[in-house]
Write a protein that binds this ligand. Sequence first.
Ligand code: HEC
Ligand code: HEC
Ligand code: HEC
Ligand code: HEC
Ligand code: HEC
Ligand code: HEC
Ligand code: HEC
Ligand code: HEC
Ligand code: HEC
Length: 469
Amino acid sequence: MNTNQFQHHRRWRAGRSLAKLAATLMFVFSLIFVWSPSAEPTASGTDGSETPSGVNPAPAPALPSEPAMRTESGEKEKKDTCVQCHLEMGDELAAPVTAMQHDIHAQRGLSCADCHGGDPTEEDMDRAMDPRRGFVGRPTPGDIPRFCGKCHSNAEFMKKYNPRLRVDQEAEYFTSIHGKRLVQGDRKVATCISCHGYHGIRAVSDPQAPVYPTNVARTCGRCHANAGYLQSYAIPHDQLEKWQASVHAEALLKKNDLSAPTCNDCHGNHGAVPPGVTSVANVCGACHTRQAELFRKSPHKPAFDEMGLGECLVCHGNHEIHHPSDEMLGTGDEATCVACHSEGEPAYQAAETMRRMIDEMVQELNQAEALVDRAARAGMEVSRAKFELNDAHDKLINARVVVHTFSANELQKVIEPGLETAKKAHQMGVEALNELQFRRKGLAASLVVIFLAVMGLYLKIRQIERPGA
Ligand code: HEC
Ligand code: HEC
Ligand code: HEC
Ligand code: HEC
Ligand code: HEC
Ligand code: HEC
Ligand code: HEC
Ligand code: HEC
Ligand code: HEC
């Protein structure tokens, strides 16, 4: 929005006053042209708004009877006194008109009265904004979900614009902590406009939308990273900071990997949890399916369930997740296992064994790599060995996934072939270096032979040239 306003201003400054007038008139007419008025608006966003019960209410509040955009091509445009007068009023009363330029609703032909009610054909202010004609001025926070939901919860209405768009946002919202607290009278929780804005609501696929993946964390952080705002609540306010330091933020913001999770991927857009997830504590498995599968078959699953622990959180955390390292496994200082297992337990033993296997594999792979590299630098053909090395690498990566069986036996099954592959590469490296050795010796021998031959030739020539020979 800011950039657009900025551009707008620049254009204005550049123009002459005549151009200014022309631009204003064109702007007003284009707005009137694009926005057709709603039919008999009696919509009220105030009734029943405090209770979530009125989701998909039977007597639907007045809605534009037809997608307004259709009138664009068809019937002659009707006037929109809301836009006209508010633009004339200037300042903050005109601000919504300017702000609406990039609003998805305006783009779909919806105008002021479609949200606020009132009569957009009346020139008179009191009649245009008459509560008896459904006018709702500024909705209170408690009214907002119903205010937006009068259209967004109405499948029949929304279908005319976009049949694929979900119509459960309002219903879902009331299952979230935000929605539940709103019903209880908390006015500081997020409502629809805290996350989407108003007068300038963008499609969720618009990179400038506050709910676009790369912007979501900042949108939530406006409240959740604001210690003062959350003072009266018992929850921490460090989620944004921690998430920004995580491997997920790195993938999303630095590598532009839109599949990496930000706040709403784990907490849901509107509901308490994302679709298909039963508890936020177990949300990780929705993306990291292999680790989750192995974990769920491991002895930890029933044990963690009993202790009320999330599947992955004890070892990886939730907001500040880092790249895991082998140090997390085993019985060292940084190992996760020693938090619960102590010496003498079979699990402690298993942790130690598993770490030893991974270490052995890493060491073997490193040595093989060093050897093959040396041969490659000396100009030997090592593509086969490199191929084996890559294969061994993949097997190590797989072994780190299989750690999530928390079984030394299971790990052994993938470490063994991995070690074999690494050893094969190692052997190829050795052979390449031997070959190099052999070739060098051969080269030296042939150099000696050539030297001797040249010497012999030289002596022979001298003998021939000597006078009287
Ligand atoms: C003839 C001028 C005029 C017309 C027509 C008009 N408005 Fe207004 N509107 C105003 C003025 C002036 C105010 C501020 C004073 C007030 O709140 O009564 C205002 C205030 C508002 C507010 C804020 C109310 C609040 O509670 O803060 C909204 C929302 C609004 N108008 C929407 C509309 C809509 C929707 C229409 C068309 C159906 C419309 N207006 C038509 C002049 C107009
Ligand atoms: C998508 C629905 C929607 C549309 C379309 C819409 N508004 Fe609003 N408007 C709102 C909401 C929601 C608020 C309350 C914001 C808040 O509580 O802070 C609001 C608040 C206002 C206010 C109060 C002052 C302010 O800016 O917060 C005015 C004035 C207003 N609208 C005028 C208009 C005018 C004029 C139009 C048409 C150009 C319009 N609105 C179109 C949803 C809408
Ligand atoms: C806590 C923040 C938040 C609140 C509150 C919120 N939304 Fe959303 N909304 C989002 C996010 C995030 C998305 C999804 C963006 C994406 O798909 O990448 C979204 C998506 C949407 C979409 C696009 C379709 C869809 O469901 O994906 C609509 C429409 C929508 N919201 C309407 C609403 C309405 C109406 C309300 C109030 C009842 C509301 N939202 C409340 C954050 C919020
Ligand atoms: C008069 C009916 C109506 C009202 C009231 C309304 N919307 Fe919409 N909204 C629509 C329509 C129609 C679309 C366009 C859907 C499409 O074509 O994709 C839309 C689109 C959206 C989108 C973009 C969805 C996408 O496809 O990315 C968001 C977000 C949204 N509305 C949020 C809100 C919020 C927040 C409010 C309340 C302040 C609100 N709407 C009030 C009718 C309405
Ligand atoms: C307008 C401010 C605001 C915005 C924006 C906001 N929240 Fe909240 N949120 C709150 C408040 C206030 C609470 C209530 C805290 C409580 O009651 O414990 C809350 C509660 C929560 C809770 C429940 C915490 C708990 O366990 O009690 C979660 C999870 C949450 N918000 C996630 C989000 C996410 C994700 C977003 C962005 C998509 C977001 N919020 C945007 C204000 C906001
Ligand atoms: C990778 C998934 C994930 C991401 C991304 C994520 N969260 Fe969380 N969040 C969780 C889990 C898991 C919990 C703990 C839930 C439990 O223990 O039941 C949690 C807890 C919370 C809580 C409750 C208070 C607390 O700190 O324990 C709030 C509030 C919250 N998250 C907000 C956010 C916000 C804001 C963002 C974005 C900056 C975010 N979360 C990103 C998974 C995530
Ligand atoms: C929406 C999908 C999604 C969710 C949900 C999710 N992740 Fe991730 N995770 C990713 C993506 C994408 C990456 C980045 C992959 C990469 O760059 O290596 C990643 C990376 C990771 C990494 C680093 C892997 C590495 O090799 O460095 C760990 C550890 C991780 N996630 C754990 C978790 C945990 C624990 C949770 C739950 C609290 C979780 N993830 C939730 C998608 C997700
Ligand atoms: C949050 C606590 C906790 C953490 C952390 C933890 N475990 Fe466990 N583990 C348990 C519990 C509880 C059981 C089931 C009871 C038992 O056998 O001790 C268990 C069982 C096991 C078992 C099966 C033992 C048997 O007797 O069959 C193995 C093996 C194991 N864990 C290995 C590990 C390894 C390896 C790590 C580190 C990567 C680890 N655990 C981290 C709590 C934990
Ligand atoms: C008991 C501790 C523990 C639990 C529980 C745990 N992990 Fe891990 N995780 C580890 C350890 C240890 C490593 C590092 C293995 C290595 O590098 O040797 C790791 C590595 C990872 C990695 C990076 C390596 C890989 O596997 O590709 C990801 C991603 C991951 N875990 C995801 C998860 C997910 C998702 C869950 C829940 C389903 C989970 N972890 C549960 C201990 C745990």
